[in-house]
Design a protein around this ligand. Structure first.
Ligand code: TRP
Length: 362
């Protein structure tokens, strides 16, 4: 047990250090990288997504890194019985992406369901992962725990393999992730390596699949307004699509404490510090400075600042969101184009896979 823990710590330290080095390489030569990231369309994006990952994607794409963004629609059914209002959610996600600044001229946005060739990779890839490996994947374990005794479906057990197909179909070499997703990335690396060992190559000089690396996100996690993990089911999120009034009402109800002196101490004062952090992110300042300036402003003063800062910061994004949502034809075109581009890549990769596996018969 302790060994596993120590291993995890060591590998996290390695990934963190490696990520710093990759950031340097990115600044020098963005053309060396292809990024793949994605979200499942299970709900609306909130400020946790915006500050935690979306802004980072926008930054990297603008820096000239080729970026693929997957709306992981098939992944929705790993842990629930149906697809839900999938169409609305896919378009809501796409709208958030574009409103946040992802430019469809630079970034390829696509869905699983439009890429049969990506999904077909699941077959050879499943032959390269063992049952034991999948059962001890920490992310699968914790996601299973979160479903409270629901029986594990075959798809739930194997979704790290499907996620490896997401990354490898386009030969992405960089995946921006939170540390909770590191085990998936390791699985993808193992599959890339084993594919090369077992099935060989399409051309003698290169493995079909490069081993992707993690780019750990730099910003800490934004918590919900009650200080717990931000999640829709806890009603503690601020969605990007909320109005300024809705945002103000939610922040008014946020949890603080009785000490009027505002400080930034995430360990001991998580709720207050989280609000300070949100204000700091929206203002583009350091949390310690924001806290010092608030001084004895109390919970009320803190909430006033968070509300104003956040609403002002989100105003342009929200205005674009409303505009985009009114142009369904445009949104459909963006998705159609993205799917077409991604599919060309998937077709090409599957050809290489068939060649490597000697399954080209004519
Ligand atoms: N599992 C990710 C999430 O829940 C979404 C996802 C699907 C993903 N495929 C991916 C992320 C590939 C990175 C790489 O948010």
């Amino acid at each position: 047990m302790t060994d596993t823990h120590a291993d995890t710590e060591a590998s996290l330290a390695r990934s963190t250090e490696r990520s710093l080095r990759i950031e340097e390489e990115l600044a020098q030569d963005p053309g060396k990288f292809r990024i793949l990231t994605g979200d499942r369309p299970t709900g609306n994006l909130h400020i946790g997504h915006l500050f935690g990952s979306l802004e980072n994607r926008v930054r990297l794409a603008r820096a000239g890194v080729e970026t693929m963004v997957l709306i992981a629609d098939y992944q929705v059914i790993t842990d629930r019985d149906g697809v839900g209002p999938i169409r609305e959610r896919v378009y809501s996600l796409l709208t958030d992406y574009l409103a946040a600044g992802l430019d469809p001229q630079q970034v390829t946005i696509f869905t699983h369901s439009a890429l049969p060739e990506l999904n077909q990779l699941m077959l050879p890839f499943l032959s390269l992962a063992t049952d034991a490996e999948l059962r001890r994947n920490p992310t699968v374990k914790s996601e299973l725990d979160a479903t409270q005794g629901r029986p594990m479906s075959g798809l739930m057990l194997t979704y790290p393999v499907h996620q490896a197909a997401d990354i490898l179909f386009c030969k992405a070499n960089l995946v921006p992730v939170g540390k909770d997703q590191l085990p998936h990335l390791e699985q993808a690396r193992v599959i890339a390596r084993r594919f090369d060992e077992r099935y060989g190559r399409a051309d003698a000089d290169h493995p079909v699949f490069p081993e992707p690396e993690a780019l750990l996100s730099r910003s800490g996690t934004v918590l919900g307004l009650d200080g717990a993990k931000m999640s829709k089911s806890r009603h503690n999120t601020i969605e990007l699509g909320f109005t300024a009034d809705e945002t103000a009402k939610l922040i008014k109800r946020a949890v603080t404490d009785s000490d009027r002196h505002i400080t930034y101490e995430p360990e001991t004062r998580p709720e207050v510090s989280n609000l300070v952090n949100i204000a700091a992110l929206a203002l583009g300042r350091e949390p310690l400075d924001v806290a010092a300036e608030l001084g004895d402003a109390g919970g009320g003063g803190l909430k006033k600042l968070v509300t104003e800062a956040l609403n002002e910061y989100l105003a342009p994004l929200r205005a674009r969101r409303v505009e985009l949502a009114a142009d369904q034809a445009y949104l459909e075109q963006v998705l159609r184009d993205g799917n077409e581009r991604a599919r060309e890549i998937a077709v090409q990769t599957l050809e290489e896979v068939r060649t490597a596996m000697q399954m080209r018969y004519y």
